[in-house]
Design a protein around this ligand. Structure first.
Ligand code: AMP
Length: 552
């Protein structure tokens, strides 16, 4: 064997800190605007952000934090949280973003499992910190993201001693060159939402973080640019806000961070005031925004496009954004284990020649993979299924920003080198992927599979329906049959029979749900996804009206 001829290019590692340095050097005056939990609007620039992130790196070194150690954050989207992203990872430690909407016991479990040295928290989470601190004896200090005055005003009743973030970084001058780290060293740690069992940690590398930011910014992905003002509604505590805090400095975009004010009115006003052109979030928050806009009779003046993902984007929402407000919707799919972006539903030149209905139908799917991710669907026997748009099976992925294993777990989750996503999907001949279910949510009726998401989408397109969830209900003949739980809009008068009839002609006859029941609200997870497990528990005893059919 002859040795390969190596190329002669510089071996410059891909580091998260280089994203911020790039923005500070080339887009130094571009603004980062944050709605603070103190209530006011804070403005500064990428240049200021880099200086303060470096001050934080110095402060952490002063506290004795070593490269590779984890620093937890319990914080909203704001400039101090952004500084943690870069200040922690820049000096070689790992930024561990924690979802504060989880149950306190789960938060404590995550802090302990990650072995966080310090935890930085927004003052709104003081009560949560007080609850979990006694359960987390290894945490050396709790850092309140504020100054001494704020702490004495807002944290007077707090039992846990807290350090002031501003005091800590105020002692440092920011004159600190980011170290050149190995690009394979750990950068961020994010835990899955843990709808079943304990949350599991996905430990990203600097390399995966930067590659993901590159890919996410491409025109057929999120298409971020220096001409954008980006408002991530998706929280920075959930999968790094889909990589926006990394993509924004990579392209030099203005960043607008909404803090903890995520109601429709607050979001709309911030978007309008700051000239936001691009936003991203899960369907539930958009529901709030669209409802507010309808009631207030207002329109967007600057917003051009929005990425919707995290759970299936209801077709009715896509239509509402585009037809009523002229905002392009980019439906995207991904998961914590994938940093998170995997696919986006942007059309090719050829697909744009299709009829408007056909185009829309395609854009309701989860779309094409980005370069870097590969995917396949496999059947029960593990064999790859054809890309025909109808064969559905388990979706497997691989790529440089997909996990190889979970943090502190020895057994590999991979199957033949592929990561099994737990989603069930079809892929069509053009490589457009369509999620039909989570594998545990799919309805197995008489050996055939029925997509609960498709049945939910039909129901949510009914004008009197606010939200709908479809779950499997046990059936003596078919094993499982679909049951749809519906939350009606205020003042709705529609009946169960009318809602069942609404499926006629929209889905195959044998897919038609066996029953529709009404509820005041549906249970959601900490990341806004429907909690199907809880719903299945709630309706375990439900008897479908079809069970009397003669069992043959
Ligand atoms: P998480 O790791 O909390 O981001 O959850 C990832 C899971 O959310 C995926 O495996 C999917 O089940 C679901 N998901 C994310 N985006 C979509 C989407 N666009 N359509 C359907 N399901 C989605």
């Amino acid at each position: 064997m002859t040795s390969p001829l190596f190329g002669q290019m510089m071996d410059v590692p891909l580091l998260a800190s280089s994203l911020l340095s790039h923005a500070a050097r080339h887009f130094g005056d571009t603004e980062i605007v944050s709605r603070r939990i103190e209530g006011d609007i804070h403005r500064y620039t990428w240049r200021d952000c880099e200086k303060r992130a470096k001050q934080l790196s110095q402060a952490l070194i002063g506290l004795g934090v070593q490269p590779g150690e984890r620093i937890g954050t319990l914080a909203w989207n704001g400039y101090r949280h952004l500084e943690c992203y870069f200040g922690v990872t820049g000096m070689g430690a790992v930024c561990h973003t924690i979802n504060p909407r989880l149950f306190p016991d789960q938060v404590a479990f995550i802090v302990n499992h990650a072995d966080d040295e310090y935890v930085a928290f927004d003052m709104t989470f003081a009560t949560l910190v007080d609850i979990i601190a006694p359960q987390c004896p290894n945490v050396k200090g709790w850092i309140a993201l504020g100054d001494e005055t704020c702490i004495s005003t807002h944290l007077a009743d707090m039992a846990t001693p807290a350090l002031s973030y501003e005091t800590l970084i105020g002692r440092c001058d920011g004159d600190y060159p980011w170290p050149v780290l190995d690009e394979r060293s750990a950068s961020f740690l994010c835990y899955t939402s843990g709808t079943t069992g304990n949350p599991k940690g996905a430990l990203y590398t600097h390399r995966s973080t930067v590659l993901h930011a590159f890919a996410a910014s491409l025109p057929d992905a999120m298409g971020c640019s220096a001409r954008d003002a980006i408002l991530p509604v998706v929280p920075m505590f959930h999968v790094n806000a889909w990589g926006i805090p990394h993509a924004a400095p990579l392209v030099g975009a203005k960043l607008v961070l909404p803090g903890n004010c995520l109601d429709g009115k607050a979001l709309y006003e911030l978007m309008e005031a700051e000239g936001v052109t691009f936003s991203a979030g899960v369907p539930t928050v958009w529901l709030g925004l669209l409802n507010y806009m309808k009631q207030a009779g207002v329109r967007f003046n600057t917003l051009k496009r929005t990425v919707i993902g995290g759970s299936a984007c209801p077709p009715a929402m896509l239509r509402s954004f585009e037809d009523e407000y002229g905002v392009e919707v980019i439906h995207a799919w991904g998961m914590t284990e994938m940093s998170p972006l995997g696919t986006l539903a942007k059309l090719t030149w050829r697909q744009q020649q299709l009829t408007p209905d056909e185009q829309r139908h395609l854009r309701e799917k989860q779309g094409h993979v980005m370069f870097g991710v590969d995917m396949k669907v496999v059947g029960d026997d593990g064999q790859e299924l054809p890309w025909d748009g109808t064969s559905f099976g388990d979706l497997h992925v691989r790529g440089p920003w997909v996990i190889d294993r979970y943090f502190r777990k020895d057994d590999s989750p991979l199957i033949d080198g592929w990561f099994p996503t737990g989603d069930v999907a079809t892929i069509d001949a053009d490589g457009f992927m369509h999620i039909t279910d989570r594998s545990k949510d799919v309805i197995k009726s008489g050996g055939e599979w029925i997509s609960s998401i498709d049945l939910e989408n039909v129901m949510m397109s009914h004008p009197q329906v606010a939200e709908a969830a479809c779950i499997a209900c046990s059936h003596p003949k078919w094993t499982e049959r679909p049951l749809v739980v519906v939350v009606l809009r205020p003042g709705a008068t529609v009946t169960r029979e009318e809602l069942l009839a609404f499926y006629d002609g929209k889905v195959a006859k044998w897919w038609k749900p066996d029953d529709v029941v009404f509820a005041d609200e549906l249970p959601h997870t900490a990341t806004g996804k429907l909690q199907k497990l809880r719903l299945r528990e709630l309706y375990r005893e439900h008897v479908l009206p079809t069970v009397d059919e003669k069992v043959v």
